[in-house]
Design a protein around this ligand. Structure first.
Ligand SMILES: O=c1nc[nH]c2c1ncn2[C@H]1C[C@H](O)[C@@H](COP(=O)(O)OP(=O)(O)OP(=O)(O)O)O1
Ligand SMILES: [Mg+2]
Length: 203
C-alpha cells in the first residue's frame, strides 16, 4: 500500500490518521515508526507555522513528502487560549489531565453560554523542492464543566461537540473521524493526494 508519512509523535493523532487514510488507500507512518527523530521545536506563532516547521524538518531529513499536524483548542472566554500552547498548557510535561484541569479551573465561574470553543487543525504538506502548502479545519463546540467519556485523547473529555451533541471523548473513533477538525482539514487535502502519491489503490 502507498505510504504517507505524518511528522507526529502523538499516538492519538497517529491512530486517527491511520483510520482516516486507510479507506483512501494509504498506509500511515509516523515518527513513532522513526524513533531517531528528536522533538522538533514549535517556535512559530501560528498553527500553520508550527505545522510547516515539523513537516519541513522531517521532509528534509528523509527527502520524502511529509505531512505534519499542528492543532489545539481555542476557548473564546480565554481569548483563544490555550491555542498553539495547548500541548504544554499546564507545563512542559504535556499532561492531558493537568491541561484539562487548568482549563476547567480557569472557566469555573464562566456560564455555559460563554464557554464556546473550537478545535483547530493545520496540516502542512512538505514536498522536496516545492513550496510547503497548508490547509486547516475546525470543529465547533463548548467546554464542559467536568470530564466525560474515554475515547480519543488530549482535551476530548472536556469538549462538547455541537455537531454530535456529545463530549468528543464519548464519540467512537469512526464518529470523531467524521466531524473532527483533523478530518475537516484532511478533506481539503484529499484532492491533492493522488497527485502527491500516484498509484494508491483507492477502495
Ligand atoms: O482531536 C483532538 N482532541 C483532543 N485534543 C486535541 C486534539 N487535537 C489536538 N489536541 C490537543 C492535544 C495537544 O494538547 C495539542 C496538540 O499539540 P501539537 O503540538 O499539535 O501536538 P503534540 O505536541 O501532541 O504532537 P506533535 O507535535 O508531535 O504532532 O492539542
Ligand atoms: Mg507538538
Amino acid at each position: 500500500m502507498q505510504e504517507v508519512i505524518i511528522a507526529t509523535k502523538n499516538a492519538g493523532k497517529a491512530k486517527e490518521f491511520k483510520r482516516m487514510f486507510l479507506p483512501l488507500g494509504y498506509e500511515v507512518k509516523t515518527l513513532l515508526d522513526y524513533p531517531e527523530f528528536e522533538d522538533i521545536e514549535e517556535t512559530g506563532s501560528t498553527f500553520e507555522e508550527n505545522a510547516i516547521l515539523k513537516a519541513e524538518a522531517v521532509s528534509k531529513a528523509l527527502n520524502k513528502i511529509v505531512i505534519a499536524d499542528d492543532s489545539g483548542l481555542m476557548i473564546d472566554a480565554l481569548d483563544g487560549r490555550p491555542g498553539i500552547y495547548s500541548a504544554r498548557y499546564a507545563g512542559e510535561a504535556k499532561n492531558d489531565d493537568a491541561n484539562m484541569d487548568k482549563v476547567l479551573e480557569e472557566l469555573k465561574d464562566v456560564p455555559q453560554a460563554e464557554r464556546t470553543s473550537r478545535f483547530y487543525c493545520a496540516l502542512a504538506v512538505a514536498v522536496p523542492g516545492k513550496e510547503t502548502e497548508t490547509v486547516a479545519g475546525t470543529c465547533e463546540g463548548s467546554i464542559l464543566t467536568e470530564k466525560r467519556g474515554s475515547f480519543g485523547f488530549g482535551y476530548d473529555p472536556i469538549f462538547f461537540c455541537t455537531e454530535k451533541g456529545k463530549a468528543m471523548a464519548e464519540l467512537e473513533p469512526d464518529e470523531k473521524s467524521e466531524i473532527s477538525h483533523r478530518a475537516n482539514a484532511l478533506r481539503k487535502l484529499e484532492d491533492m493526494l493522488p497527485v502527491l502519491f500516484p498509484g494508491a489503490d483507492r477502495k
